[in-house]
Write a protein that binds this ligand. Structure first.
Ligand code: MSP
Length: 662
């Protein structure tokens, strides 16, 4: 009889649909995906869920702005989120939408259980509410800003259903004590315990001022307050009221950002206790990825998008960076510079280089087959010991979600292999039987080490490790390789190697960053009437310099042309941007104001030569950031020759600064 696998249920938060996915959301989803792959390799029956949080005032407003019904708005947004995760290879088993019927039923059922057990009552509430974070702000006065996002709170008075959260102070504290692993990391646990020890107020769980929500049966116009609705998604994803049939509940780990830990470790267990349902085993709160030391948000214009990075460097590179750069649980800064540096150092030079060297040497010396090792020397055994020792260590680190340390260990084994090859110099050995045998031992040892690090790195680098796996002639799917059975010595001699496929080609930093930024700008502010990846007109901004062949353009009406506001500008200052070879930072007088504009012309124009020059500026282009420098407008240039050399548009007569071009 097949052995019953142990289950493991992982969740990401369900994401708000009034915004688009950025690197912060990607981070949580990547971690969930890594854990999912890892647990599968440890033999678990794994389910991972993600989804979209689709109710609330924000969605009402966003749909109104878009001029479409809420249901259509959220359907489009859910598709966008789902499609992005698919494109990035982040494979959830369930994608739950809070407008799904199954979810609606589950929320109503949970409410009924809480009510039947005496933990729900009707009352009135007046308070300050942050519509952006969908949370009442305790102790705030009218006009106070939201402590989380800093935006103004709104005063709300309404009839509500209340949840008796106050009744759960002791049960929650007892629970935290009994299950010290429940809140992770430790620092967050202390924070939550002192919050609960400070006393819990009852919680409003329905609203009458919001229309777009799940109705409380028989109690219209009450709809559920977003957190009662949203948290329940974890249960509805795996069966809702019939959760026992699916056998996945309770969740083994809820992965969340530190901003929403209180909802997950106080409200959620209290709701479940009230309904007498099993409680999740763990809530793991990670830190934030910061951009310029601030949390990313579209309003601040500092969001980093995952797609351009994945397109330029591959999704594995982004996954590696997110997990390697920052200790899981802590905040960290995101920078393209650090991303590309790590890519070149750890991936191109590290794993990529080891794989290509090994493949080339095996091809050359053993006709593309794994050789049979000869007599081992102490240095071979030492390397074997190091790789074998790393296996247990890496698994332990993955188990504790210490991803950065797991990768550190794997990469120290890669470094040991590099050193071993440098010392042993198999390429310097001749063709005598002894030397052939020594070569076979060295190359078998290296290939075996590569096999082990490849299996260990697979949860983080699924695509590239699958390529190395095939290269090593391993035919079984790498994702199905049981990590518990992994040990030194399993690489069979005589196996024929697969074809070598380049893993991480080295990239040039400045150019890569500029291309990522150009793609991100295009995604955030798509050029109207142009295919998504191509700038429409020859232009000297954004580093693209309009280097595109001008094909036959689609005809536009005059109304389209007048949408583009072009004015005469005069360059006041011009300077180079450190680390960006192609960009100049200009200040340009456009009559009504002086603008800062970045232009991709540094390779063709000396900054000093531009001062005082009159140029054509597109003034109504949305601002964008290039290499961290704000660019507010675009300077028009012709694109000349095969390289697309920018030649600035200008005038042969004197023209007034600020004059509009028609
Ligand atoms: N809808 C709620 C969650 C309900 S779960 C029952 C929500 N959505 S969210 O879209 O705003 O955020 C989802 C997650 O993304 C949060 O865990 C949040 O911390 C995470 N991140 C958003 N920006 C982030 C960074 N800049 N860095 C890391 N993660 C951050 O909250």
């Amino acid at each position: 009889m097949a052995e019953q696998k142990e289950k493991f249920y992982i969740t990401t938060p369900i994401y708000y649909t009034n915004g688009l996915p950025h690197i912060g959301h990607t981070y949580t989803t990547v971690v969930a995906d890594v854990l999912r792959r890892y647990k599968k390799m440890r033999g678990y029956d794994v389910v991972m869920t993600t989804g979209t949080d689709e109710h609330g005032v924000n969605v009402e407003r966003a749909a109104k702005n878009a001029g479409i019904p809420e249901s259509e708005f959220v359907a489009r947004m859910a598709d966008t989120w789902r499609a992005l995760w698919d494109e990035l290879g982040l494979t959830a088993d369930e994608f739950v939408r809070t407008t799904d019927l199954q979810h609606v039923r589950t929320v109503q059922w949970l409410f009924r259980l809480c009510k039947e057990n005496g933990y729900v009552y009707k009352g009135h509430y007046t308070g300050q509410y942050c519509i952006y974070d969908n949370a009442y702000v305790n102790d705030a006065k009218p006009g106070d800003p939201c402590p989380d996002c800093g935006r103004p709170t709104e005063t709300v008075t309404e009839e509500n259903y209340f949840f008796k959260l106050s009744a759960f102070q002791k049960p929650l504290l007892d629970f935290y004590r009994k299950y010290p692993e429940f809140i992770q990391p430790e620092t967050r646990k202390n924070e939550i315990i002192s919050f609960v020890e400070g006393g819990l107020k009852d919680l409003s769980i329905t609203r009458t001022t919001v229309r777009w929500g799940i109705p409380v049966p028989g109690e219209e116009p009450h709809v559920f307050y977003v957190w009662f609705d949203a948290l329940t998604a974890y249960l509805s994803a795996v069966g809702g009221p019939d959760y026992e049939k699916r056998g996945m509940w309770p969740a083994d780990v809820h992965l969340v950002g530190k901003d929403i830990i209180r909802f997950h470790t106080v409200y959620w267990p209290a709701f479940l206790m009230a309904a007498m349902l099993p409680l999740p085993k763990q809530v793991w709160a990670h830190g934030w990825f910061l951009m310029d030391a601030a949390k990313m948000s579209k309003s601040k214009g500092n969001v980093v998008l995952p797609r351009p990075i994945a397109n330029m460097l591959g999704m594995d590179a982004l996954r590696y960076f997110l997990l390697r750069e920052v200790v899981f649980g802590q905040d960290g800064n995101f920078s393209y510079d650090a991303l590309v540096t790590r890519y070149n150092a750890d991936l191109a030079n590290g794993l990529g280089n080891l794989a290509s060297r090994t493949a080339a040497m095996l091809e050359k010396n053993f006709a593309g087959k794994v050789p049979k090792p000869g007599t081992r020397l102490p240095q071979d055994d030492a390397l074997a010991k190091e790789a074998q020792g790393a296996i247990g260590e890496v698994l332990e680190r993955y188990d504790k979600l210490e991803f950065a340390r797991a990768l550190e260990t794997i990469w120290s084994v890669i470094a040991a292999a590099d050193k071993y090859l440098t010392t042993e110099q198999p390429w310097a050995l001749g063709n005598s039987p002894e030397e052939e045998s020594r070569k076979a031992t060295i190359l078998w040892t290296t290939a075996e080490l590569l096999r082990i690090v490849t299996a260990l790195a697979h949860p983080v680098l699924p695509d590239s490790t699958a390529k190395v796996w095939k290269l090593l002639g391993q035919n079984a799917a790498i994702g199905a390789t049981p990590l518990d059975g992994l040990h030194w010595g399993q690489l069979a001699p005589d196996v024929t190697l697969g074809k070598f496929q380049a893993l991480f080609p080295r990239v040039e930093k400045t150019e890569t960053i500029e291309r990522i930024e150009a793609m991100a700008n295009e995604e955030l502010n798509p050029t109207p009437a142009a295919p998504a990846s191509k700038p429409a007109a020859p232009a000297a901004s954004s580093g693209a310099a309009g280097a595109l062949a001008a094909g036959p353009a689609e005809k536009i009406g005059i109304e389209d042309f007048t949408k583009v506001e072009m004015r005469v500008g005069q360059v006041k200052t011009a300077e180079r941007i450190v680390g960006a070879d192609k960009l100049l930072k200009l200040t340009v007088d456009i009559g009504s104001e002086v603008r800062q504009i970045c232009a991709g012309i540094a390779q063709y124009y000396e900054p000093e030569s531009l001062i005082g020059r009159k140029v054509v500026v597109v003034v109504n282009l949305a601002p964008r950031k290039l290499r961290g420098v704000e660019s507010n407008g675009m300077i028009v240039a012709a694109s000349v020759g095969p390289e697309g050399r920018p030649v600035l548009a200008g005038f042969h007569e004197d023209v007034e600064v600020g004059a509009r071009l028609k």
